[in-house]
Design a protein around this ligand. Structure first.
Ligand code: PLP
Length: 351
């Protein structure tokens, strides 16, 4: 019973089939092929807008490249203090931004509140000694498995734009968030003020494929060179596009996310039904449960896999008991009901 992450599984069948189909015969290299062009056009149709699309193989690369297109070396990118870009990418965004800095702000459930952003920006000096804020990066889903509502994205984006900043969305779990919000891709992004999206696909069924999507193509003018010099332009680019073909065909990406979210809902309902509490409200395919540490150890001893999580983003009036911990359980397109139910039975025995 492995709930360690949604990247513990390989790729889904339709994605693998699409790769095999795209494999035969010669095609131009470096993404200059008809399949890549087809995917770029399809993403434009999905987002109901003219977009500039850059495929790449990792989420860290996609985030770092997207931010490097928005922030000059003397600029700041604001994000939540536990955002993946600041905490889990080994400095890749700063490296690609040529020494620009990330500034992490606090917020319950790993979400930034508009008031926090507004007052933090108001406290910056306009002196030349101060690095000016140039971008805001929001994770959707967040690192605590919560989702920003459309109004929240719009409010944060409006503040950022008023302050001369662009807005990036780290959508490593974009499809899960979309299913949770029940809105269109356009509504969750550019219509709410997002300028650039890292459209994650790896966690939700691809082998290694992400798309950087610019909603204002003029922001992407330097991207062909940024991506190439960053080592993220695949010579066999069609194999990235092929993964997206399998991912997008027949709404496979939406089905995968709906399944993962349903498995997480089953897990969350089962756990709360047994009297356990969730650290943050579940939005997609991640469940953060509060358990006794001994209980977690007992489950690990029975072969269950999951990660402990930090309590720093709990609501101010929430606190862990001395022997409690927060544990993250992640479901995926490949999680089976039987696996969830077996886990719940084991949890029941530890209660
Ligand atoms: C919020 C978030 N952003 C981005 C990523 C992508 O990172 P990777 O470089 O591992 O594909 C992850 C993966 O864990 C993530 O959780």
């Amino acid at each position: 019973m492995n709930f360690a992450s949604d990247n513990i599984m390989g790729a889904s069948e339709p994605v693998l089939r699409a790769l095999v189909e795209a494999n035969a015969g010669p095609l131009p290299a470096y993404g200059d092929d008809p399949l890549t062009q087809e995917i770029e056009a399809r993403l434009g149709a999905i987002f109901e807008r003219e977009v500039a699309v850059f495929l790449c193989a990792t989420g860290t690369g996609a985030n770092a490249l997207a931010l490097s297109a928005l922030v000059p070396p003397w600029g700041l990118c604001v994000c939540h203090r536990e955002a993946h870009v600041i905490d889990d990418e080994c400095g890749a965004p700063e490296f690609f931004m040529h020494a620009a800095k990330l500034a992490g702000l606090p917020g319950t459930g790993a979400k930034l509140a508009p008031e926090t952003l507004e007052s933090w920006l108001a406290g910056l000096s306009s002196s030349v000694k101060q690095m000016p804020p140039k971008a805001l990066s929001l994770s959707q889903l967040t690192e605590c498995g919560t989702a920003y509502g459309r109004d929240e994205i719009a409010a944060l984006s409006a503040i950022a734009h008023r302050n001369g900043m662009k807005v990036h969305m780290d959508g490593a779990r974009f499809a899960n968030a979309l299913e949770s919000l029940g809105c269109t891709p356009a509504q969750m992004t550019w219509q709410a003020g997002i300028d650039v999206l890292t459209f994650g696909a790896t966690k939700n069924g691809c082998l290694a494929a992400e798309a950087i999507i610019f909603f204002n193509p003029q922001d992407a003018k330097a991207m062909p060179w940024l991506r190439k010099r960053g080592g993220h332009t695949l010579s066999k680019g069609r194999l990235l596009a092929a993964q997206f073909k399998g991912y997008l065909d027949d709404d496979h990406w939406r089905d995968n996310a709906r399944h993962a979210n349903a498995m997480a809902a089953r897990l969350a309902d089962g756990l709360t039904g047994q009297g356990l509490r969730l650290a943050w409200q579940r939005a997609g395919n991640e469940v953060f449960v509060v358990m006794k540490q001994a209980q977690a150890e007992a489950l690990r001893g029975q072969g269950c896999a999951f990660h402990p999580w930090t309590a720093t983003n709990l609501a101010p009036d929430d606190a862990l008991g001395p022997d409690e911990g927060i544990y993250r359980l992640v479901t995926s397109f490949a999680t089976q009901e039987a696996m969830v139910d077996r886990f719940l039975t084991l949890v029941d025995r530890t209660m």
